[in-house]
Design a protein around this ligand. Structure first.
Ligand code: ADP
Ligand code: MG
Length: 292
């Protein structure tokens, strides 16, 4: 493409909130046949709200929420913030948490009011000898509705589940449909569990889903697709997504996401609206067509 047509393309993108780093990015975008998308904060708003706090055994709901929030206060994760926010709304005062321990992509643990508290995936509780089976059915129901479920254990016993809902962005469905129509294959990658991931994907008409992906494995999936000969764009918002954004032919960051994701990307969607990807594809096709 001519430098002039590229400048025009980049300028048009910028006016529509699609920041394209340079000419190579725009030219590469034209060849992209596969789009890998992160779920949380990319397809969804990324601001989950607590929707259910279901105690198990003799613990009261408020005590479960209070102990969970005390631990999650130490975590930066959006799931953690939804728990702390709910506790604040109910005006619970949160005791200190000692010996805080965070396992990336798994959950958190700590000591609160003489209690050992753990919150996260079943595997994390299993490691501490806690069986989550008594709440498995309830959890499955919530997951089938697209909610993310965290299991809580206190002093070696199953204490309950906390569920959050993270609404899909209003603009996502239209973006996914149009990208499919433009011939792109879309693969959703997420650290969330299979059932929740499938529910969200089905809602959007995305038929390829890889759930339970460890943060450090996202970039490996991108590399594998490239090795199969695909031109791959990756869209994500989180610190965890940065290596995958850098590994992709075109990294697409949400302007609403982490700075390191934006730095690793060739395209930034200022408002995190995925219709910006459609815009970038159309611009790249128009610009490249100009020179022929
Ligand atoms: P995502 O890719 O959806 O942002 P992560 O890889 O960060 O997900 O986390 C995967 C899963 O690990 C979460 O769905 C949750 O079950 C668990 N998890 C992670 N961080 C926390 C936390 N602070 N508290 C409870 N559970 C957590
Ligand atoms: Mg994310």
């Amino acid at each position: 493409a001519t430098p002039m047509s590229i400048m025009v393309g980049v300028g048009r993108g910028a006016r529509a909130g699609v920041l394209i780093k340079n000419a190579e990015v725009l030219e590469m975008m034209k060849r992209v046949d596969t789009l890998v998308v992160d779920k949380t904060g990319t397809l969804t708003e990324g601001q989950p709200r607590l929707t259910a706090c279901v105690p198990a055994g003799d613990i009261m709901e408020e005590q479960l929420l209070r102990l969970a929030a005390a631990v999650e206060q130490q975590s930066e994760h959006p799931l953690a913030r939804s728990i702390v926010r709910e506790a604040a709304q109910r005006q619970l005062d949160l005791p200190n948490c000692e010996q805080f321990n965070s396992v990336t992509g798994e959950g958190v643990a700590g000591r609160v009011d003489e209690h050992e508290v753990v919150i996260g995936k079943p595997a994390l509780l299993n490691q501490r000898g806690i069986d989550v089976a008594p709440l498995a059915d309830r959890a499955a129901e919530l997951q089938q509705a697209g909610q993310t479920v965290m299991f809580a254990g206190i002093d070696g016993q199953l204490a309950g589940i906390l569920a959050v809902s993270d609404p899909i962005k209003a603009s996502t469905a239209e973006a996914v449909q149009t990208l499919h129509r433009l011939g792109l294959r879309i693969i959703m990658l997420t650290g969330d569990n299979e059932r929740t991931a499938r529910a969200v994907a089905e809602n959007l008409g995305i038929d390829e889903v890889e759930a339970g992906v460890k943060p450090e494995h996202k970039h490996e999936r991108v590399r594998a697709l490239k090795a199969q000969g695909h031109a791959v764009a990756m869209a994500g918002d989180g610190i965890n997504d940065a290596p995958a954004l850098a590994a992709a032919d075109v990294g697409i960051a949400m302007g609403t996401g982490a700075d390191v994701a934006i730095e690793s990307a060739g395209v930034t969607l200022v408002k995190g609206d995925l219709r910006g990807i459609v815009k970038a594809v159309l611009l790249s096709r128009a610009v490249v067509r100009n020179i022929r």
